[in-house]
Design a protein around this ligand. Structure first.
Ligand code: HEM
Length: 127
């Protein structure tokens, strides 16, 4: 069984949405990342990430229907993302996983997915 199928069984769309909600509770007040997000559309931002993860992991089509092809790197071009931003994103996601009780193989699978994607989003020459 693929990691996506295992996560779908163990966490499912409800677990993914809970995880993203916990993640955004941290993002909103984060000194480094918080200001990057649309301050008048927190709900929308949360929905976009949750829909994307539900699509990527469970195959649910909502993200594709509402946003089209993910093209994540391109969608992150407007934001300055270096090592510090990447590490903070992963750190806050780690806190959210802990709060949601996501551990063991599920957590390892998510970390193995998030790590390289977050690194790929970097678009700043390192100073
Ligand atoms: C590396 C650090 C990262 C930073 C600083 C960052 C920051 C942002 C910001 C500021 C937005 C705009 C919020 C919105 O209006 O939707 C965004 C959107 C988004 N991010 Fe990230 N992000 C990072 C990593 C990631 C990773 C690792 C993923 C996927 C696993 C991801 C997936 C998304 C998605 C799906 C959207 C919405 C795209 C859309 O449909 O418009 N991001 N991100």
């Amino acid at each position: 069984m693929s990691w996506e199928q295992q996560l779908t069984e163990r966490i499912g769309v409800v677990g993914i949405r809970d995880l993203v909600a916990a993640f955004y509770r941290h993002i909103r007040t984060d000194d480094l990342l918080g200001p990057m997000y649309p301050q008048d559309d927190w709900e929308g931002a949360e929905t976009r990430l949750a829909d994307f993860l539900c699509f990527r992991i469970t195959g649910e089509q909502t993200y594709l229907e509402t946003r089209g092809h993910p093209r994540l790197k391109m969608r992150h071009f407007p934001f300055q993302i270096g090592i510090a931003e990447r590490d903070r994103w992963l750190d806050l996601m780690g806190k959210a996983m802990t709060e949601c009780g996501i551990d063991g193989e599920s957590r390892a699978a998510l970390e193995a997915f998030f790590g390289p994607v977050a690194d790929f989003m970097r678009n700043q020459p390192e100073r």
